[in-house]
Design a protein around this ligand. Structure first.
Ligand code: PGA
Length: 266
């Protein structure tokens, strides 16, 4: 794993967007795995800026989102499809045909989940997957106890996640209890992964996921088994890491001596 502790949320977002940009320059038809939540909003803003000001081209990009609430229509203001349209897709030149967000209104959820997995395979697999982490250690909606081999499926959200999400809904009763989510196994098949986390509220779970044991109780800990993960944190989210000084030293040495190694597990 490469662990980068940035000073600020803005720096974290710039570093993540730079890695995505490098991926698109290397392979314009990249398959991107995308995340929702407040964490990647800054990264998406930088990507929009790079598109508008520097011509970063998304015309051949294919996207797959991690998850979507069950039974929220794509036009619902709290659906993840709506989030993605407003924070990214409406502001870049991605071809709408190439966008995939799990369909929360699918009538046959199991068939839909199988189809979603097949679509990822047909696209050639995910080149670069962006992830956030929930306060309970989830990646996508793989709540504690999710099999580390799990695939796209329906999951019940934990009470903690429901409470965390309540801030976006007028009435706590409206917060969805179920979601369609890529599995941990699906995520681990991405060729490269960027995990983002910011804020003091994430410090404990980040330390558990990165420096604790690999366990289905902390889904993000499964990333320790992946060969090409870059974790980008702000200073607060990285504040409980035992080896923080070492990670900082590695980052500084890479920047100073071989900048092209930033964003690579070395
Ligand atoms: P957040 O959510 O980015 O809003 O903190 C992260 C997650 O639940 O995966």
């Amino acid at each position: 794993m490469e662990i980068i502790i940035a000073d600020t949320y803005e720096e974290m977002s710039e570093l993540a967007a730079d890695m995505i940009e490098r991926q698109l320059l290397r392979k314009p038809s990249s398959v991107l795995g995308l995340a929702t939540g407040s964490t990647p909003v800054g990264t998406y803003k930088v990507l929009v800026r790079k598109h508008k000001e520097e011509g970063l081209d998304f015309s051949k990009v294919i996207t797959f989102n991690l998850d979507e609430y069950l039974d929220l229509s794509p036009s619902h203001s709290q659906s993840y499809r709506y989030f993605m349209d407003h924070n990214l897709f409406n502001h870049i030149n991605v071809d709408p045909k190439n966008i995939h967000v799990p369909y929360g209104h699918a009538s046959e959820v199991e068939e839909f989940c199988e189809w979603y997995e097949e679509e990822i395979k047909r696209a050639g697999g995910i080149d670069l997957q962006i992830l956030g982490i929930g306060a309970d250690g989830h990646i996508a909606f793989n709540e504690p106890g999710s099999s580390l081999g799990s695939r796209t499926r329906l999951k019940t959200l934990t009470q903690q996640t429901i409470e965390d999400n309540a801030r976006f809904f007028d009435n706590p009763e409206e917060v969805p209890r179920f979601a369609i989510t890529m599995g941990v196994g699906t995520i681990l098949e991405a060729k490269q992964i960027i995990l983002l986390a910011n804020g003091a509220k994430k410090a404990d779970i980040v330390a558990q996921a990165l420096e604790g044991p690999i366990t289905a109780q902390v889904s993000a800990s499964a990333l320790q088994m992946h060969r090409q993960v870059t974790v980008i944190l702000d200073a607060e989210a990285g504040s409980k890491l035992k080896r923080a000084d070492y990670y900082r030293w590695v980052f500084q040495e890479k920047k100073r001596l071989v900048p092209r190694l930033v964003g690579k597990v070395t």
